[in-house]
Design a protein around this ligand. Sequence first.
Ligand SMILES: *[C@@H]1O[C@H](CO)[C@@H](O)[C@H](O)[C@H]1NC(C)=O
Ligand SMILES: *[C@@H]1O[C@H](CO)[C@@H](O)[C@H](O)[C@H]1NC(C)=O
Ligand SMILES: *[C@@H]1O[C@H](CO)[C@@H](O)[C@H](O)[C@H]1NC(C)=O
Ligand SMILES: *[C@@H]1O[C@H](CO)[C@@H](O)[C@H](O)[C@H]1NC(C)=O
Ligand SMILES: *[C@@H]1O[C@H](CO)[C@@H](O)[C@H](O)[C@H]1NC(C)=O
Ligand SMILES: *[C@@H]1O[C@H](CO)[C@@H](O)[C@H](O)[C@H]1NC(C)=O
Length: 257
Amino acid sequence: MRGEVCIGCASVLSFVSLLLLIFMHVGQINTSNVPRNVEMIQVNMTGYAQGLAAAINPDPVTGLFTDNASAPLEQGLGLRNVYKFGLYSHCAYVNETAGLCSNTSAANRFEPFSVITADMAANFTALSNALVTNTTFTDSSYLGNFSNGAYYLLLIGTICAALALITGILKHTFGFLVSTLFAIVGSLMLLIGATIWTVIIKKSQSVNDLFLGPAEAPVPLGIEVTIGDALYLAWGAFGCLIASIIPYMISCCTYRG
Ligand SMILES: *[C@@H]1O[C@H](CO)[C@@H](O)[C@H](O)[C@H]1NC(C)=O
Ligand SMILES: *[C@@H]1O[C@H](CO)[C@@H](O)[C@H](O)[C@H]1NC(C)=O
Ligand SMILES: *[C@@H]1O[C@H](CO)[C@@H](O)[C@H](O)[C@H]1NC(C)=O
Ligand SMILES: *[C@@H]1O[C@H](CO)[C@@H](O)[C@H](O)[C@H]1NC(C)=O
Ligand SMILES: *[C@@H]1O[C@H](CO)[C@@H](O)[C@H](O)[C@H]1NC(C)=O
Ligand SMILES: *[C@@H]1O[C@H](CO)[C@@H](O)[C@H](O)[C@H]1NC(C)=O
């Protein structure tokens, strides 16, 4: 009886881990209800007009944003208020609900500054490139490379979680051994993948502290980077998968099916 409880525990933990990872993967692939609310990282550009205005004072900032939610992305048609980035694509929102997503691709590179400036009119893109410097947020090759590598680790972690769950259901001593190994490898991959994302998000957040305008009256740049729920899902999935190792191991050592 205790063996059954142990197996059940391990299966539930690896199942929950897999479920969290699936939610992480679907984040921002389209703008329907669930994917829209799950992102690795959110960039709020709402305050950027004020920041720019301080920098080019007394010239006004006009035509920076668009409120047309269906205007194609990355064609200089205007900035959206909020950008959310997932593992496969990013979406840009004019308000809470209305937005448009980029094409999806596996191993999508996280290059926030490139895709955001590509939405601005050419004059604002040039201005932004000149004003926003010396911060990791604008370092697209660094962010792109690390997010790309982290994607593969999270993908392998997801596959391992699924395989641990499936082999654990077989109820065989050898199956539990394989499950234990998949749970170990999977948690290691998730740990490294989630750590990389945590680091690149934390480094991107340095842009939150930038100021523009004259030194005696600085104005916040107005770009606000926040951690998305998908990162917490990745950490939660890691926690569940690593917690499943012990019951899988006990099942493997004690099961006499
Ligand atoms: C973006 O920032 C603006 C002003 O700073 C705030 O009013 C708005 O709620 C923020 N949007 C999101 C989705 O956080
Ligand atoms: C930039 O271009 C937009 C539209 O092309 C125009 O409305 C705006 O005034 C320009 N702003 C500056 C600062 O040149
Ligand atoms: C919004 O953009 C779409 C696509 O470019 C265009 O077809 C539509 O006419 C635009 N709507 C408005 C109100 O400008
Ligand atoms: C968001 O914008 C869309 C299109 O511009 C509009 O239809 C919708 O009512 C807006 N939603 C909110 C909550 O403002
Ligand atoms: C997205 O995909 C469509 C159709 O495959 C293509 O025409 C378009 O250029 C792509 N957009 C971007 C930004 O790559
Ligand atoms: C960039 O930032 C570093 C440390 O934050 C500083 O030492 C360096 O002088 C800055 N470079 C420029 C060009 O502002």
